[in-house]
Design a protein around this ligand. Structure first.
Ligand code: AP5
Length: 217
């Protein structure tokens, strides 16, 4: 099962990606997490990506295409994958198709998780992340047992750098600029499926399962 998750920042791609990864037993590959790891580790790649990410802009296609192409060739992705945050431009979608063709594989579905902008702003503004283990919380929808501390390892809960209001606004502008050409691309490939992202995570997850079952993937 080779899946792509599309959708605005904060719609819940990571939340659903993790859940689907457990039930489908394929790796969840988040381009944003890979870039944030590179920034944290101070690699050459991380240094190139850092400025764009802080401003809510996309990193250059060539950079992310290289990282994701390399990741998809690793052994654990041979049985399938859930791509979260990649591709984000039509150029990236074409690069992904080229890698899959080289590997003799095709995309099973591109799943667009959708939600109005005002709701994604609420989700992003309340997101908190454990600085140790990366567990994601929401102050209102999925709060920790103790304020500001992770339930798993007691790590401090922090806000992601790009979850500041002005950066959220910029990320949404960039999303709306890039998404239409990407949707047209996947519509033409007959793999696009749309999923309503409203309601609690378990409810959204049931919609994913229904869509995947009806698409026969
Ligand atoms: P990336 O990390 O991919 O960020 P994003 O797409 O903006 O998405 P997020 O991770 O912010 O949100 P999400 O949809 O995963 O939501 P989540 O599940 O956490 O990218 C970051 C940056 O990296 C980009 O801006 C760019 O610079 C760069 N980048 C990455 N990929 C790139 C690419 N391909 N090309 C170029 N540049 C790239 O949920 C959000 C919150 O809502 C959480 O608090 C969660 O608990 C809560 N929540 C989730 N689901 C629900 C629900 N159903 N109900 C209530 N609350 C919910």
């Amino acid at each position: 099962m080779n899946l792509v998750l599309l959708g605005p920042p904060g719609v819940g791609k990571g939340t659903q990606g993790r859940m689907l990864s457990e039930t489908l037993e394929v790796p969840w590959l988040s381009s944003g997490d890979m870039l944030r790891d590179a920034v944290r580790e101070g690699t050459a790649l991380g240094k190139r990506a850092d400025g764009s990410m802080r401003q809510g802009e996309l990193v250059e296609d060539s950079l992310i295409v290289e990282i994701m192409g390399e990741r998809l060739r690793r052994a654990d992705a041979t049985k399938g994958f859930i791509l979260d945050g990649y591709p984000r431009t039509r150029g990236q979608a074409e690069a992904l198709a080229a890698v899959l063709a080289q590997l003799g594989r095709t995309l099973s579905a591109a799943l667009l998780l959708d939600l109005p902008d005002e709701d994604v702003v609420t989700r992003l503004s309340g997101r908190r992340i454990c600085e140790r283990c990366g567990r994601v919380y929401h102050v209102e929808f999925d709060p920790p047992e103790r304020d500001g501390r992770c339930d798993v390892d007691d790590g401090e809960l922090i806000r992601r750098d790009d979850d500041r209001p002005e950066t959220i606004r910029r990320r949404l502008v960039v999303y709306h600029r890039e998404i239409e050409p990407l949707l047209r691309y996947y519509e033409a490939e007959w793999v696009l499926r749309r999923i309503d992202g409203s309601g609690p995570p378990a409810e959204v997850n049931k919609r994913f399962e229904a869509v995947l079952a009806s698409a026969g993937v």
